[in-house]
Design a protein around this ligand. Structure first.
Ligand SMILES: *Cc1c(COP(=O)(O)O)cnc(C)c1O
Length: 372
């Protein structure tokens, strides 16, 4: 057994010299933050790449979502998914909103759109769906429901940067989409994030929320804000990584395709469907271990992987609806499919620098569990 440890994610990084080149002039200008030139260039490049109406950058994806929800001035209940990273629910709760959990579908783990309308009450103000693992939600149906009931739609697209649906940018759906540029995401600024949104009238408020409540560039402070600016140091990392983004995705594609080829033939392992109309970014590789027919559960697989220095993760377990902070508030949910998937899923190592030899090694270990 080798000593090399394989973790579930690893940041995609540019050559160190490329980053040093990118930040060099900052030592002359002394401009490190406050919408400096790197920030502005990254904002512009992202705007062009996504053909976005409006985009605002933040210190991280979570604050982008939290402040995005705040800028929309929402009150009441928000229909969302329990099968996501805790950030989605936390952003809702920190806005004083009540999450109402909608179950997911067992094919791609996104919100089950046929169950949304049953959850709408007179207090419902918005839907916050998640493009989980980069699987795109049924954006068309969500759009129809939102229009019919006059609800805002804010996508947590933390996993979905760079994707398209039927050739359209994923951020073109809904009122807002948040992307995360955390070190482990497909595009990283170390920490960082953005929201892309339709209503340009929100920009001043969003920039104010991000910078101590000010109308940036004036002496006026009408908002109650925080500090959630993206620094130029972070933006510079984004500029470098953006140059290599297509390479990163091409490498991830090979990883995911090898996994699919190897694991789809094992009975007892269920993989997410490949979405027809989606140009994927291959962000994550989840596998559902169904012990019902095989007697092999995810704990067994996870332990055997760990014995071989391979560290898979239970993303997403527990469900957000099972968080103590939700239970304390008396938030109830009926989400059997999410519970089923959450209790059986593992995300396997998936990143641009993962070699196909390592993918084979991971698959060999998993296969060996089933052959015992
Ligand atoms: C990573 C992530 C976030 C938060 O993004 P940060 O940039 O880490 O703050 C939110 N939602 C989901 C689904 C995520 O995976």
């Amino acid at each position: 057994m080798s000593d090399k440890k394989i973790y579930v994610v690893k940041p995609s990084l540019p050559d160190l010299n490329e980053y040093v080149e990118e930040i060099k002039d900052m030592w002359e200008t002394g401009i490190m933050t406050h919408q400096g030139p790197k920030h502005n260039r990254l904002q512009q490049e992202l705007k062009e790449m996504m053909d976005a109406d409006n985009i605002t950058l933040f210190a991280n994806g979570h604050l982008a979502l939290e402040l995005g929800l705040e800028a929309l001035g929402l009150e009441g209940e928000v229909i969302t998914t329990p099968f996501t990273f805790g950030s989605t629910t936390q952003a809702i709760l920190r806005n004083g909103l009540t999450p109402v959990y909608c179950d997911i579908n067992p094919e791609d783990y996104t919100m089950d759109v046929d169950k949304i309308e049953d959850l709408i009450t007179e207090r419902t103000c918005a839907i916050v769906p998640v493009h989980v693992y980069g699987n795109i939600c049924d954006v068309e149906k969500i759009d129809r429901i939102a229009k019919k009931h006059n609800l805002k739609v804010i996508y947590d697209g933390a996993h979905a940067f760079g994707e398209t649906y039927k050739g359209k940018e994923v951020s073109s759906f809904g009122d807002m989409t948040m992307f995360s540029f955390h070190a482990t995401k497909v595009l990283n600024t170390v920490e960082g994030g953005c929201i892309v949104y339709k209503d340009g009238a929100l920009t001043q408020h969003l920039e104010g929320l991000r910078q101590f409540g000010q109308i940036v560039g004036t002496e006026s402070t009408p908002y109650v804000g925080t500090n959630a600016k993206m620094t130029d140091m972070h933006a510079a990392m984004g500029l470098c990584n953006l140059r290599h983004f297509d390479e990163y995705i091409a490498k991830r594609k090979k990883v995911v395709e090898r996994y699919r080829e190897r694991l789809s033939r094992i009975e007892g392992i269920k993989l997410s469907i490949v979405q027809d109309d989606v140009k994927s970014n291959y962000a994550y590789f989840p596998a559902v271990f169904e012990e019902e027919n095989t007697g092999i559960n995810r704990e067994t697989v996870m332990t055997e992987l760990a014995n071989n220095n391979i560290f898979a993760r239970k993303y997403f377990y527990p469900l957000c609806s099972d968080f103590e902070c939700c239970k304390e508030k008396g938030i109830k949910s009926e989400v059997p499919v999410a519970k089923y998937i959450s209790e059986r899923v593992l995300t396997l190592p998936c990143y641009s620098d993962l070699s196909l030899e390592d993918v084979d090694k991971i698959c060999d270990v998993i296969e060996s569990v089933y052959k015992k």
